[in-house]
Design a protein around this ligand. Structure first.
Ligand code: GCV
Length: 642
């Protein structure tokens, strides 16, 4: 795999090592990886004739995944709390060397804030990927596990280098072929995948089917209250751990989007989760239980049901009832990975239940890896947004959020992510999951420098484009937190009423005078699910952040924003600006032509052209839609068609 994008952020360094390394210390996988890294990144094989000693040592006084880097003129010491910590230390040092940081003055301690840093792949056994925009599955081919071994190993290295320590390989929508992963038929092959990831400190998770006791075990029911069902799961866990002794656990999507689950059998979510948790507990396994539950058969005429309320209603009353090895996996917003949503009220509310915060790296609603979209900027906003009276998520220590999970954006495309710049999103995810206090700006700049080099003439414009990209995409998308104005099913491009009369519970209810759903205590009462401090913030139009105005409030198009602009004019303006911004991105990118490898330059250039077409389509469809509804022209007299 010789392509530039294939090496991702592990590109050969553009900076020189100022010394000849000599390696000493604890011989282990981390030692080998460090030596391999020095050679592949700097072309320097560490040897006895080296003039600068780097030692790798275990320091039992450190937390097991933590490491320190301490350098001086005589040499540098990487110390890890365990061999795992040492591995992270090795990658950490290599990255700093690539960024040109002087080793003699290094003095740092790194330890992860979040224990479980998880990627979920939505890969199907036939090799397709649900919401995948970068080719086929890295893990499956033709109905079973199938992979290119060197590529799989390179993938494991990429993920480990950013601190990811657990991955699920199969889709949460489990179909019959991948359901079999927990049987004698599927386990031998899956165990080989686990072997590839194990040295890199990455444990596998298996997405399981709630009906496994029926479809695999031949039982008449999957009812968690049935002792035969408990026995089925206990036997399944025993079998799975014989093949993969370090499996992190199972992942379950139940009672969601036509999938079976405990509610369908008259049981509660804790009953469903705990029966599996108890099967996994003897082996140290966990069950990740997703909270993405809502009525996906709603009648659009029904204004009493409000989809964003569903997860809280289902799970909050159960706080404290889940076993200790259950992690409730909560999407960051109450809707579904839209460009702009508030944080899920569940995140602040459950104080006695372990939770995993779920992000989506794959750009389902955010441009499908054709449009540029730096997800880190959105995550940073999420981390900075309060869900209680304190700003919860920047500092997760001591809270119940013990996992940060994201849906992967990778596939068999030569550069892993389709859009080369979408690699930044995977990179930033790993590092933000390790420490959510890191800023999008720092992570973006690091990624750009590791990928394209530290030359400011390259680093500055690309970083700036990425950091602006989320806002640019938002400008030409559904306005002010409204969401869902996308083409149905595939979710790319505009369709203002695409979901308006569907069963999915995603309505904006636009008329010729007003738009949006009143989710305050005068409306659907969604705001009541939040902590008082947050509720008050969203409840009033005056204090509600303007970018979320149409998520919480129903407003006339003539409503005046803080800057005096009407809502409608804001929509017109942002949609025009979004297109202009993409044109500006194209100009910036074109100007970098002789500074970026040609193949990489061309591939991004092509994507930017696709983005431009998409932005123009969004601008014209959305502006035209509102013009037709209101009959109010653009104040600036620009063409809105119609
Ligand atoms: C895996 C959204 C997506 C689905 C996805 C679902 C989920 O609805 O469109 O493709 O299914 O979320 O997160 O389970």
């Amino acid at each position: 795999m010789g392509s530039f994008g294939y090496r991702a952020w592990l590109q050969p360094a553009k900076t020189q090592l100022g010394f000849l390394p000599k390696l000493t210390g604890h011989r282990c996988f981390a030692f080998e990886e460090f030596a391999y890294g020095l050679e592949s990144l700097f072309g320097k094989k560490p040897g006895d004739d080296g003039d600068y000693a780097i030692s790798l040592e275990i320091d039992k006084g450190l937390p097991w995944e933590a490491y320190t880097l301490r350098g001086d003129l005589a040499g540098l010491r990487i110390a890890g709390g365990s061999e795992k910590g040492l591995l992270y230390g090795a990658y950490g040092l290599l990255a700093r060397l690539c960024l040109g940081e002087p080793v003699e003055t290094l003095n740092i301690l790194e330890k992860p804030t979040v224990a479980h840093r998880v990627l979920n792949h939505w890969d199907n056994a036939d090799g397709t990927i649900e919401r995948g925009y970068a080719g086929k599955s890295i893990f499956f081919q033709g109905g079973r596990i199938g992979y290119d071994l060197p590529r799989l190993k390179d993938y494991a290295r990429l993920l480990a280098s950013i601190g990811i320590n657990e991955i699920s390989v199969n889709n949460v929508n489990v179909y019959p072929d991948s359901a079999k992963l927990i049987t004698e038929e599927g386990l031998p092959d899956l165990a080989k995948v686990a072997e590839v990831f194990r040295p890199f400190g990455i444990r596998l998770i298996i997405s399981v089917h709630f009906d496994s006791p029926v479809i695999l075990g031949g039982l008449p029911t999957a009812d968690p209250a049935d002792p035969a069902v408990a026995k089925y799961w206990a036997d399944a866990a025993k079998r799975v751990y014989q093949y993969i002794p370090d499996l992190a656990g199972f992942l379950m999507k139940a009672d969601s989007e036509f999938r079976s689950g405990p509610a369908a059998l008259g049981r509660t979510q804790d009953e469903g989760a705990n029966i599996i948790a108890r099967a996994l507990a003897p082996f140290g396994g966990r069950i990740y239980w997703r909270c993405f539950i809502y009525n996906c058969k709603q009648d659009w005429r029904d204004t009493t049901t409000d989809r964003p309320k569903a997860a809280y209603n289902e799970f909050f009353p159960l706080d404290g009832k889940f076993d200790d090895n259950v992690i409730l996996q909560v999407k960051h917003g109450p809707s579904d990975f839209q460009v702009r949503e508030p944080n899920s009220p569940l995140l602040g509310a459950m104080t006695q239940t372990h939770q995993g915060l779920e992000f989506q790296i794959t750009q389902e609603y955010t441009g499908q890896q054709k449009d540029l979209y730096a997800t880190a900027v959105q995550w940073e906003e999420i981390f900075d947004t309060p869900v209680t009276d304190a700003c919860m998520t920047r500092d997760l220590a001591g809270r119940e959020v013990t996992a940060i999970v994201a849906v992967a954006n990778t596939g068999t495309d030569a550069n892993w992510t389709g859009h080369l710049l979408a690699q930044a999103n995977l990179y930033a995810f790993g590092r933000m999951a390790w420490n959510p206090a890191q800023t999008a700006e720092q992570l973006t700049r690091d990624w750009v420098a590791l990928t394209f080099g530290t030359d400011p003439a390259v680093k500055e414009p690309i970083s700036a484009m990425l950091l602006e990209s989320r806002w640019v995409y938002e400008k030409y998308n559904a306005p002010l937190g409204l969401g869902w104005m996308v083409n149905i099913n595939h979710h790319y491009g505009p369709s203002p009423e695409g979901y308006e009369y569907m069963k999915w519970g995603t309505y904006h209810r636009a008329t010729h005078t007003a738009i949006g759903v009143d989710r305050t205590t005068h409306g659907t009462e969604f705001t009541a699910q939040y902590h008082q401090y947050v509720r008050d913030l969203y409840e009033s139009k005056k204090t509600c952040p303007e970018k979320l105005l149409l998520f919480f409030h129903r407003l006339p198009y003539t409503y005046k924003l803080k800057n005096g602009q009407t809502l409608l004019q804001y929509i017109y303006d942002t949609h025009f600006e979004g297109v202009e911004d993409v044109q500006r991105f194209i100009t910036i990118w074109d100007s970098l032509q002789d500074k970026i490898p040609p193949e990489a330059h061309t591939s991004v250039q092509e994507r930017l052209q696709l983005q431009l077409a998409n932005a123009q389509e969004w601008r014209d469809v959305i502006n035209n839609y509102f013009y037709r509804l209101t009959g109010i022209p653009d104040e600036k007299g620009r063409k809105v068609y119609g």
